[in-house]
Design a protein around this ligand. Structure first.
Ligand code: HEM
Length: 509
């Protein structure tokens, strides 16, 4: 952690810092503005770890849409306007699609997977595998699974509202593992689910900006294991073992069970393996395994975060809930459960989903990009190798574009899909790295949101004295942000709604 720089790692920091500082100082004058730092360590001591997007948002009000921060000589460029993000990450995507090299990510092996791979041929191949399977034309084949899991989710939360967080994780995890590997999770302690979940927790910790000094002073990786400050080496070893198991376990299961018929089709890996008639090279199989593991990494926590934000919003705004239910009653009626194909006819529900995305983007600072070569933007130098952090949270809380940005107001879009799309165009990232799971994610969220609203009243939990507990919009820090724990009550809107949920089969399919 940064707090510990001045104690354990001071010498290494100074040595690494001096080198980078000397190399970087020639260019300093033309860099974008930013907070004044200290010699050598730059702004490292000021980098916020608590909700950093909020602090960077405040800084950008002073320094502008392109801000330079110096972390021990490593330039970090924060982009705080959608125009600059589009100009650079979309329009100049040929040079802005790299990922920064992270020693921690490399030691653990995360940079083998699509999301963190450098912009190279391996990335292109993995990306093609995922983009194809989750293209808008392909996602409808998974609708019935998404609808079914959303219904089981609501049924289970109705039974036990305290299971909200674990159920949301379980159901979204079940959807992803089913569509990627053809395996249907049936219990929360299934290692096919729990090992990837642990790997994801590790990932979040290992990649959160500022958690490991070695990312700023790469020479630290050569420290002997016993040296002060080398504790990260033990962590990388442990995280790597879990990570490998998380990627290979479900992949091998899928492959082994194609012949036994237990692998449920269609699914991403099974389809590709089957189409290759057993002739997929070792290298191609490895790419498929890593690309597949990115789906869990990219899709679970992000979707879970948005689903939980929805529940907080509905508890806080019962009038929005009532309006959405009126729309559902008018369009879907009360004799059946909503289907994903209803989405086109439900503009208010679409506005709620967009407002969930706007108010609390799950990856508020995006996954950092890196720039391949020196670039000039508005007369400022963006130096080769700089880490590029688009502050999506800030862009979606610009009061000029979104008045009262901290309020949850689906009406702000005036029912315009063009305005709603502007939110999604930021929330899912940029350029060639834009989220390939966007349409699939929207399907899962719509199924959860529409099914809950159609069948239940979402109410605040009560304390021991019967007083309502209204949750705040309070979020965790980290690459992916979540609502902090909260409780709720669900009540069926009618006996018919409860009966329709009870009838949903939980059979393997
Ligand atoms: C609410 C849900 C989701 C949100 C908010 C979200 C957001 C994002 C963002 C911001 C990025 C980084 C884009 C960039 O670097 O510019 C990303 C990348 C990625 N997402 Fe998603 N995502 C979601 C769901 C999913 C799902 C369901 C999948 C599964 C298919 C997925 C797979 C990925 C992958 C593989 C990447 C890395 C792409 C690359 O580096 O080329 N995401 N996502």
């Amino acid at each position: 952690m940064f707090d510990s720089i001045s104690h354990t790692n001071l010498l290494v920091v100074i040595a690494g810092g001096l080198l980078l500082y000397t190399l970087g100082s020639r260019r300093k004058n033309r860099l974008p503005p930013g907070p004044r730092g200290l010699p050598i360590i730059g702004n490292a001591h000021q980098m916020p770890t608590e909700l950093p997007w909020r602090v960077l948002s405040e800084w950008s009000k002073k320094y502008g849409e392109i801000m330079h921060i110096d972390i021990v000589g490593r330039p970090l460029i924060v982009i705080s306007s959608s125009k600059a993000a589009t100009d650079l990450l979309d329009k100049r995507s040929a040079i802005y699609s790299d990922r920064p090299h992270s020693v921690m990510a490399h030691l653990i092996g995360y940079d083998e997977t699509l999301a963190l791979l450098p912009y190279n041929d391996n990335w292109r191949k993995q990306r093609r595998l995922i983009a194809q399977d989750f293209a808008p034309s392909n996602t409808p084949r998974y609708y019935s699974l998404q609808e079914k899991e959303a219904r089981i989710l609501v049924r289970n939360i109705l039974k036990d509202p305290s299971s909200l967080f674990s159920e949301v994780k379980m159901r979204i995890g079940t959807i992803i593992i089913r569509v990627v590997y053809g395996y249907y999770i049936q219990s929360t302690d299934d290692p096919i689910l729990t090992i990837p979940l642990t790997a994801m927790e590790n990932f979040s910790y290992a990649t959160a900006a500022g958690n490991f000094m070695v990312d700023f002073v790469p020479a630290m990786r050569y420290l002997p294991r016993w040296a002060p400050g080398a504790g990260f080496l033990k962590i990388t070893k442990k995280f790597r073992a879990t990570f490998l198991k998380a990627a290979s376990g479900p992949y091998e299961w899928c492959k082994d069970n194609l012949e036994t018929g237990m692998t449920l089709m269609p699914n991403l890996c099974g389809t590709i393996l089957q189409e290759s008639n057993g002739e997929l090279s070792k290298d191609a199989q490895e790419k498929l395994m890593w690309a597949s593991s990115s789906v869990m990494g990219g899709g679970l926590d992000t979707s879970m975060s948005s689903a939980l934000t929805f529940f907080v919003a509905m508890i806080r705004y019962p009038e929005i809930q009532a309006k959405a239910q009126a729309e559902l009653d008018a369009v879907v009626g009360q004799d059946r459960l909503p289907a994903i194909s209803d989405l086109v006819n439900l503009p208010y529900i679409r506005a709620i989903i967009s407002e969930v995305f706007r108010s609390s983007p799950s990856i508020p600072l995006c996954i950092p990009h890196a720039v391949r070569q020196d670039d000039i933007y508005n007369d400022y130098l963006i130096p080769k190798g700089a880490l590029i952090l688009p502050n999506i949270w800030h862009m979606l809380h610009d009061p000029e574009l979104y008045p009262n940005p901290m309020e949850f107001i689906p009406e702000r879009f005036n029912g315009s899909d063009v305005e709603m799309d502007k939110v999604k165009d930021l929330m899912f990232g940029f350029g060639r790295r834009v989220c390939p799971g966007r349409y699939f994610a929207e399907g899962t969220l719509f199924a959860i949101i529409a099914t809950t609203l159609a069948t239940c009243k979402i109410l605040p939990a009560l304390d021991a004295n019967g007083k309502e507990l209204i949750p705040e919009f309070a979020y965790t820090s980290g690459t992916i942000t979540f609502p902090k724990p909260f409780t709720l009550r669900l009540k069926p809107r009618s006996a018919q709604a409860a009966a329709m949920l009870a009838e949903v089969s939980s059979a393997i399919e």
